[in-house]
Design a protein around this ligand. Structure first.
Ligand SMILES: NC(=O)CCCC(N)=O
Length: 267
């Protein structure tokens, strides 16, 4: 039985700190997309390179009452789509590098990046929420954010929790992620939608960040269905069949989940 889903990503070039403009640009592009689920990059409305925690706090927002999440709810309703997007979250005095899921029915849930990368540790607290899988009816959507990919337990946990597809907002600066996500999909037989940004940020002396783009959709056989360029603002939508992810067999004798040897996976 087929389980079709139209999934897409926006590859963006945000203007640092200009939440309103970044939201407007995304709205104009989402309007043109015929998709069930669209993934937006990490920190898509603020940009990435905060000079200090005070600057990040000024730009971070409560979830779900802040303007970015409320705008995403409105976009989901207006364009009849689910959206996963990354944003800076403020919860009292604590800042998280978070992602939200919204749909035509409104705000659905959030995730806080568990594996904080490099100098992000000066800004954000490590996430304190479970690795999430949301059932949106047509699909079971797991969420991880950027550097979470480097820890194989993340994708594996989402797959074991029943994710058909991993929505992966990112701000990639290391070249290794796009090819590595092929393995994450192969070893778990899931789809992954990585939405990255492009451009350069050099707001901190002696720290120039070049974002690698290459947003992509990868299937459970490790095939790259579509990969964006390294430097373009691009929107892509592809139709996938989630039945490919729900079938964990790779031949009549091997089932990727049933064959796991948890009795041996002990340290
Ligand atoms: N924003 C990030 O978590 C970057 C992680 C390193 C990478 N994969 O580029």
């Amino acid at each position: 039985m087929k389980h079709p889903l139209k999934v897409g990503f926006l590859q963006t070039l945000p203007v640092f700190g200009d939440i309103e403009s970044n939201l407007k640009q995304v709205e104009l592009r989402l309007k043109t997309m015929n998709a069930d689920l669209v993934v937006l990059p990490e920190l898509f409305t603020t940009g990435y390179q905060f000079r200090n925690q005070a600057e990040a706090r000024d730009l971070a927002e409560p979830i779900p009452d802040g303007p970015t999440t409320q705008a995403l709810v409105q976009f989901s309703r207006q364009f009849n789509m689910h959206i996963v997007a990354g944003l800076a979250e403020k919860d009292g005095d604590i800042l998280y590098n978070s992602a939200v899921l919204t749909g035509p029915e409104g705000y659905i849930g959030k995730y806080r990046k568990a594996h904080i990368f490099d100098t992000e540790k000066k800004i954000f607290a490590a996430g304190n929420l479970p690795l999430p899988v949301f059932d949106i009816g047509k699909a079971r959507v797991g969420i991880m954010i950027c550097f979470d990919w480097r820890f194989p337990e993340t994708a594996r946990t989402l797959a074991l929790k029943g994710a058909d597809l991993i929505a992966h907002p990112a701000n990639l600066v290391l070249l290794t992620c796009p090819q590595s996500m092929i393995t994450r999909c192969l070893e778990n037989r899931v789809f992954a939608v990585t939405a990255d940004r492009v451009g350069v940020e050099q707001r901190i002396e002696d720290e120039t960040l070049r974002f690698i783009g290459q947003s992509q959709v990868v299937d459970p056989d490790g095939r790259v269905i579509v990969r964006a360029s390294e430097d373009g603002e691009e929107d892509h939508v592809v139709e996938i069949d989630l039945a490919d992810a729900r079938n964990k067999s790779i031949n009549p004798y091997n089932d990727l989940i049933a064959d796991r040897r948890e009795d041996l996976y002990k340290i």
